[in-house]
Design a protein around this ligand. Structure first.
Ligand code: NAP
Length: 179
């Protein structure tokens, strides 16, 4: 790949990062599953819940994107993760919730709608809130119960994802408070 082309675009997404104690609990749970499912554990400090996936964005447009994010008045949201699951289609073991809080869907929707006019997103897409714990997993069989993990998200993060020889790396680029 041409290094100049590679350097000129960033693979970006907006997300809620997990509080450290929640990340620890989920990482520990995933550690107990990987023996059955195989796959790759997502590192504890990378665990997040995606609100909007932008894909490749020219780096030159980062200031414009950050200005849009900074202009938003988005509310704090309750998050509850109370179940583990497996998706066959993308071989992911995840933590999610039986019922999505309407506030969380509303937050993702409001953020996404703000990104459409400038072309950072083609259209708003419904989010199925989840935290990916394991990638490239086989069916794990019956999953253990997840003691409910609940918190109020107080900020949202713009993050960049990189592919490295050792798997993906997620690097927070900027963060803004939820009010
Ligand atoms: P990624 O694809 O950059 O994803 C980062 C975050 O965005 C994850 O939370 C992911 O959700 C979410 N996301 C990705 N595509 C989405 C979409 N179309 N709609 C909604 N949300 C989306 O992260 P990754 O861990 O590096 O890679 C995941 C897969 O993409 C791997 O199979 C990888 O090979 C492939 N991929 C990665 C890169 C890279 O540079 N990181 C480049 C090309 C392809 P989930 O956690 O549910 O996936």
């Amino acid at each position: 790949m041409n290094p100049e082309t590679e350097a000129s675009a960033a693979r970006l997404f907006f997300a809620l990062w997990l509080p450290p104690e929640v990340a620890r609990t989920l990482y520990t749970q995933a550690g107990g599953i990987v023996g059955k499912s195989g796959g790759k554990l997502i590192r504890e400090e990378f665990l997040h819940l995606t609100l909007a996936f932008l894909g490749e964005v020219p780096e030159l447009r980062l200031p414009e994107l950050q200005a849009i994010a900074a202009s938003l008045e988005l509310p704090r949201v309750p998050v509850r993760l109370d179940r583990l699951g497996f998706w066959k289609h993308n071989h992911i073991v995840w933590a999610g919730c039986g019922e999505t809080a309407p506030e969380l869907s509303a937050l993702a929707g409001k953020l996404q709608r703000a990104l459409v006019p400038a072309g950072f997103l083609d259209a708003e897409r419904a989010v199925t809130p989840h935290v990916t714990l394991l990638r490239k997993a086989a069916h794990p069989g019956e999953l253990p119960a997840l003691p409910a993990q609940e918190w109020t998200a107080g900020e949202f993060v713009l993050a960049r994802s990189w592919r490295t020889d050792r798997g993906s790396t997620y690097e927070p680029v900027a963060r803004w408070p939820l009010h």
